[in-house]
Design a protein around this ligand. Structure first.
Ligand code: WTA
Length: 661
């Protein structure tokens, strides 16, 4: 298989032998029982049909389960009808749980709001009526560009309630990135805010929307709904812009949900792929909701008295499935926090856990490693004894971080679920089951009951235990993506062409001697920085769109804190080549290019390092050999360069960089 940047940490992983069997007290009360595996294996579609009936409310019950006749586009529960917002909100009120807290909101400045399921029902109904009054109807796309607010959840559910697919764009993306997503989805409405609080200050959002809407392909947008959060000065386009609170004020608190087919699109979420153009991942309603509810209940062991907290932003799939659809469908009580973990102090998260009695925490390895760096005396100053289960998502968690997470945050007792999944899979696919699986630090371990995964070699043959290769999913699953918005061919090419009939996830993996799965990171041109997916090609195109850049190559280099870090190699255009000759000049060029990438894509994509070089290593067919650049970026001896068109190029690069130091 492809040599991979995680190769070094792979060595450590293979020597990891610690195991944490479930505590018997936890196992005795766990939602998940060992028998689930056998039940699912006996009849996989029937197993899912049972989950769909038990965990989701249907307006019209389905009689069909899986229809794979148009593979690789699946149809699940296709003749059933339902509404996702009804499932997330109304049915809990109807069942007498209207007083149950759905959301404890905590703003970064410390303002709070408690939202019960009954409150949420009124808000969502109002918002749905407001959207309808603006002419948004079933099938129309709505782009949501918001910070982490109660209104963000309400906006998503209001769209679901009227059958208008939402496309949430992470607030950290630039106006350009927002524009291309609005254009690709041909959205008719954008929902945004004046701003949000970030690191102790009001940070504006609306200007990015204004700028995006001056760009090409956005004339489908008729209105912009603006949530007032910070009260900062905001430019206004009369007729187009409308305050959220004004639109809701006059709207009725009753709204009859629009019942949709199980396969009606629920949302589009753009994610980075191996080419420059982000992919609009399409999810539909019935199967998605079923798997979100099932995984949320069994992987997090959700009980009525739990206080659940997933720290993900709604701009990512984790926020969709495990802030909005999973927990709310299950009637959970959760914490929603607007800001950063270190504002106003580095103990903010732990303070919130103590304050709200959070019992289930779901976060990312990069956050855990950051807290490790800050020191354990910070969390140790708070009472974290309410925590009974911890989760991890977004990238492989290194065993040391896993052990620290359990010991310092989990009081050495909590189970940890390391959950592997993707925007495309919609919900968790591979994870230990708490109370059932003996956990191994660093491994996501086993496909959930109902999920079929394997590790295969280049010829698509399953590798034996102890072997390594590519992670594939071998059977359709309810929350699988139904395609890439507007591009069926790209869907088939990206996921289904590498290994015929198997879904190729893009991750390298290894089976240990027990057959447990260890994820090793991406094997394609996708990087994973702090659990966020970034495309090397997309950043390269951003760099070459700058006047002074002739060519660019981007690699993800291993980074202790963020998993991977973006490192760019650029060749400057002839007339600018001299600019990087002095240290000051080089620094200025780097600053300019980093700012340019932030503008083109967003601050999250800014390269950590930019190295100006005279040549890039290419094969005879012109393909950039990123593997060699990764060696340079990770300060390793450069590997085999014999397939280069010009084998002296690497000497030139390393010599040039050494001279520049
Ligand atoms: C990586 C996030 C190892 C993986 C839910 C995948 C993981 C990509 C894990 C999807 C994990 C996610 N262990 N790697 N537990 N979870 N990944 O679409 O490379 O933002 O392909 O979805 O993150 O990222 P995405």
């Amino acid at each position: 298989m492809t040599t991979h940047p995680e190769a070094a940490s792979l060595e450590n992983l293979l020597h990891e032998t610690r195991s944490f069997p479930p505590a018997s007290a936890f196992a005795a009360q766990a939602n998940a029982q060992p028998s689930l595996y056998a039940e699912a294996a006996a009849d996989r579609p029937e197993f899912w049909a049972r989950q769909a009936r038990e965990l989701v409310s249907w307006r019209t019950p389905f009689t069909q389960t899986l229809d794979w006749s148009d593979a690789p586009v699946a149809r699940w529960f296709a003749d059933g009808t339902l509404n996702a917002a009804y499932n997330a909100v109304d049915r809990h009120v109807e069942a007498g749980h209207g007083d149950r807290v759905a959301i404890h909101f905590e703003g970064e400045p410390g303002d709070t709001r408690t939202v019960t399921y009954a409150d949420l029902q009124r808000e969502v109904a109002r918002a749905a009526n407001a959207l309808a009054a603006l002419g948004v109807s079933k099938g129309d796309r709505v782009v949501i560009y918001l910070p982490m607010l109660v209104e963000s959840v309400v906006a998503m559910l209001a769209c679901a309630r009227i059958g208008a697919p939402h496309s949430v764009v992470f607030g950290g993306f630039s106006a350009d990135a927002l524009r291309s997503r609005i254009a690709d989805a041909e959205a008719t409405l954008v929902i945004t805010a004046d701003g949000g609080y970030r690191r102790g200050a009001a940070s504006a959002l609306k200007p990015a929307v204004d700028e995006a809407l001056t760009g090409a392909g956005t004339d489908t947008v008729r209105h912009v709904l603006v949530v007032r959060r910070t009260g900062q000065e905001t430019a206004w386009t009369p007729g187009r812009d409308i305050w959220w609170h004004e639109a809701l004020e006059s709207a009725d608190t009753f709204h009859e949900p629009v019942w949709v087919d199980a396969e009606h699109p629920l949302f589009i979420l753009y994610t980075s792929g191996t080419t420059g153009k982000p992919k609009g991942i399409l999810h539909t309603t019935g199967g998605y909701l079923t798997q979100c509810a099932y995984t949320h209940r069994n992987v997090f062991d959700l009980k009525d008295d739990d206080v659940y907290w997933c720290t993900a932003d709604i701009g990512w799939v984790t926020g969709h499935s495990y802030v909005v659809y999973g927990p709310l469908t299950n009637g959970a009580t959760q914490l929603l926090y607007e800001g950063t973990p270190d504002t106003p102090h580095r103990g903010r998260w732990w303070e919130l856990i103590e304050k709200y009695g959070v019992s289930i925490l779901y976060t990312a390895p990069t956050a855990i490693r950051t807290c490790m760096k800050w020191g354990e005396d910070i969390p140790s100053a708070f009472d974290l004894s309410s925590l009974r289960l911890l989760g991890s998502v977004g990238e492989p968690i290194n065993p040391e971080a896993w052990i620290w997470y359990r010991r310092v945050i989990g009081g050495d007792t909590t189970p940890i679920v390391d959950t592997w999944w993707q925007t495309e899979t919609g919900a968790i696919m591979i994870s230990p089951l708490p109370g059932v699986t003996a956990a191994k630090p660093g491994s996501a371990q086993v496909p959930l009951p109902g999920i079929a995964a394997d590790v295969v070699d280049d010829e698509a043959k399953p590798v034996p235990d102890g072997g390594g290769g590519y992670l594939v999913l071998t059977e359709p699953w309810p929350s699988m993506l139904r395609g890439i918005w507007g591009d069926r061919q790209r869907y088939e090419d990206t996921y289904w062409s590498r290994f015929r009939g198997l879904y190729f996830a893009g991750d390298g993996a290894k089976k240990d001697d027990d057959g447990d799965i260890w994820l090793l990171g991406r094997v394609d041109d996708v990087m994973n920085v702090s659990g966020h997916r970034l495309s090397t090609t997309e950043i390269e195109s951003a760099l070459v769109s700058h006047d002074i850049v002739a060519e660019a190559a981007v690699v993800g280099a291993s980074d202790d804190m963020t998993g991977q870090a973006v490192v760019a190699f650029v060749i400057l255009r002839g007339e600018h080549a001299g600019r990087a000759a002095t240290p000051d000049g080089a620094e200025q060029v780097q600053a300019e290019l980093r700012a340019h990438v932030a503008k083109e894509i967003g601050p999250i994509a800014k390269p950590k390092r930019i190295l100006v070089v005279a040549e890039l290593p290419k094969t005879r067919s012109g393909k950039i050999m990123r593997r060699l650049l990764r060696d340079v970026a990770e300060n390793r001896a450069v590997g085999d360069a014999t397939t280069l068109a010009d084998s002296s190029v690497m000497d030139l690069i390393t010599a040039g960089l050494a001279a520049g130091k």
